[in-house]
Design a protein around this ligand. Sequence first.
Ligand SMILES: *Cc1c(COP(=O)(O)O)cnc(C)c1O
Length: 360
Amino acid sequence: MINMAKPQIGDDEKQAVLEVLDSGIIAQGPRVKAFEEAFAQMCGTKYAIATTSGTTALHLAMLAHGIGNGDEVITSAFTFIASANSILFVGAKPVFVDIDPRTFNLDVSKIEKAISKNTKAILPVHLYGLSCDMTEIMKIAEKHGLAVIEDACQSHGAEYNGRKVGSFGTGTFSLYPTKNITSGEGGMITTNDPVVDEKCRVLRQHGMRKRYYHDELGYNFRMTDIHAAIGLAQLKKLEKFNAQRQSNAKFMSSNLKGVTPPFIPEGLSHVFHQYTVRVPAGKRDALRTYLNEKGIGSEVYYPVPIHQQTFYVNDLGYKDSLPETEKATLEVLSLPVHPALSSSDLEMIVSTVNEFMEKN
Ligand SMILES: *Cc1c(COP(=O)(O)O)cnc(C)c1O
């Protein structure tokens, strides 16, 4: 079976974990600090704050920007549920804007119409490894005095006009095993704002500035040194992993027939967390079944847009109409693109897709 993801854990990661276990400092310690510094450097930000997951990174970013009850945050419904749930965690309301059908990211021409007097932030999701239109988003945010919290959970190292995602607003990253790099479970927040940095650090540790004095309600979102040691070893390989993903994607885009390959706007570097094609309506699920029979994994990210998820409809009363988002859920199919694919794997994926598309 050619799987959708394969974490690349080598001797570096194993050795790093053993060193932590032998050191006696297992919880948040010097490895977390070193990982944060290296991550900030990769991203080109002043600060990075490690957390337990991408979800808690998003949650903490919301809190650090003071987003709460009655506030609205503009985001996409074509993403993993955590993007929007993090807005709910703090009592605020996700306001969904439709996507650009070419990039699957927020359609920036529709953002301003969604702004109300309660809007506090824009949460662009850099889906599949491709940056949103950050020039336009930063312009709108500045004009209306809004915070920008980037969901870069799928876009470690992706660039927009030579600048890394996560360095425009407050960035949030996931280090889950299927992501471009992993720490087991884990997350990272990136920022240039010392106030956001301090707020994240305090709230990550039960609102504690002085030991056992709690100024405000906080959480335990601390990363362990064990996870940080894995993350640090992985971070060193991020560029290599991303280059391999890009090369795999390039091969597929040059050879696939009958499906629409990913679009890369001028000036952007796509890091292909997912390689996602559009399949003409009605053929997608049959193609998926065919690939599965031939031993090739594939996945639909995402089959149900967030505004149509059961509890968003039943408990929260969402009844938005987002035509491009809804159309995308019926047409997208992600194919394996991870760095461990061999050239024969890639040839097999391409020939199997082409075979099906020719016959159907
Ligand atoms: C993975 C992911 C998250 C959540 O990250 P976890 O580490 O799984 O909590 C959030 N947003 C997007 C777009 C993701 O892909």
